[in-house]
Design a protein around this ligand. Sequence first.
Ligand code: MV4
Length: 515
Amino acid sequence: MFKKILIANRGEIAVRIIRACRDLGISPVAVFSEADREALHVRLADEAYEIGTAPSVESYLRIERIMDVARRSGAEAIHPGYGFLAENADFAQTVVEAGLTFIGPSSEAMQLMGMKTSARRVATLAGVPVVPGTTEPLSSLDEAREVAAEFGYPVMLKASAGGGGKGMRLVLTEEELQSAFETAQSEAAAAFGNSEVYLEKAIERPRHIEIQIFADNHGNFVHLGERECSIQRRHQKVIEECPSPINDATLRERMGAAAVSAARAVNYTGAGTVEFLVADATREFYFLEMNTRLQVEHPVTELVTGIDLVREQINVAAGLPLSFRQEDVVWRGHAIECRVYAENPENNFLPSPGRITHLRVPAGPGVRDDGGIEAGAEVSIYYDPMISKLAAWGRTRIEAIDRLRRALDEYTVGGIKTTLPFFREIVRDAEFIEGRLDTGFISRFFERRDAALSAKPLADQPDETETKRCDMATIAVALDYVLAQKQASTNHQSREQEQSQWRLAGRAALHNSRT
Ligand code: MV4
């Protein structure tokens, strides 16, 4: 077993990994940018090393600096967390070539699943149902026209090097195809340094249901059931839950077997997630992509199965077999997670960076908050503005919702805006409570809300002038950030960093157009 693990990440996931290290008697080593000098993960680690300035490209994405800390600290293994370098095959390869253990799958498995066309080929060969479409990039607009006519509109154009909906374009008619195809290619080139685009039949109002899988180095492959992730906003998951409201034993078993087949096909090891689109009416499911990392939403699986996924990741990376077999996995109760962001739901979810002047995190029966920040800390514009993930477990979904509601009402953050008021409304929304969740839930929720409240501000939001003044300041911060990033960034930004940059720019522009 490792004596020392370097955590190549920050925020709540770095804290989460440090906690697993402590449980296993392993010494955690932290890395931090100058903006994170006082961060919680730095203070909870045994050793902490500064690796650069605030921009991710100057710190958390600097492979050579992370490797230098591994050498200096004597860490035997590196845990990448999620985002940043977690799915960077070059990083995984560099770690292994330096004689250290990468806590995750092989770089080969990462590469096979990293390109979405390759992932679709692998899944197809593994006998896993795949969203109807191409498994090679489209070579020309003519081919796109031909294939779209073959599958029938509406179709989705997606970036081969993308994922998580980035660069995705819905095309409803042939007239829209050319501009959509050209835009998708240029966006893919800008975001991922690869302009390849492929085509899928658009699935109407799907659910996004993903399966957690785990494999060790002794040939054991196990699935840990599903997570319902259909409540997304601009392709960012907002609320995740386990089990899915449409769960039934056979659907879980069929999707679990399909997910394990895909994992076996790439000799997967460690924790992984296979994402599916599920057609609500028919319960047919289609492989979407595979994430070769621990997911943000892993706590809802841990709460329902009782399995510590990070502990298993470390054990498997150290060569131990999984501590459970498929028949040992039982699902008890229901867990729901909210991603609490430093964003202003009253202003198109524009980021709300700044100092947290007051923080009260909820606790009590069935409540778990995975946080990485404390009162007095600064929510930076340089990183994803997630403050914590608040999860609640109950014996039933209704009990989980009741506890989540209590926890959300208890949760208070001072000094910045957060998405807490947004979640307090969602957990009281009839459609949510009835479990009618699909791709369109969020847009329907806002339509209902705007119609019913005629945009009356939420109870605990400051008055209009203060909101306006504060948001103009935020806009300025956001634009500074984007300009700073543009100057400092390279083409190959981390997906997470690119997403937060894209979010900042998009919202800043949108807000400007509104005022
Ligand atoms: C799709 C789709 C419909 N048809 N692909 C891909 C990444 C994920 N974040 C959302 N993605 C989708 N891919 C085809 N062929 C609809 C979505 C989608 C979605 C799916 C489930 C739940 C929420 C969603 C929000 C936006 C788009």
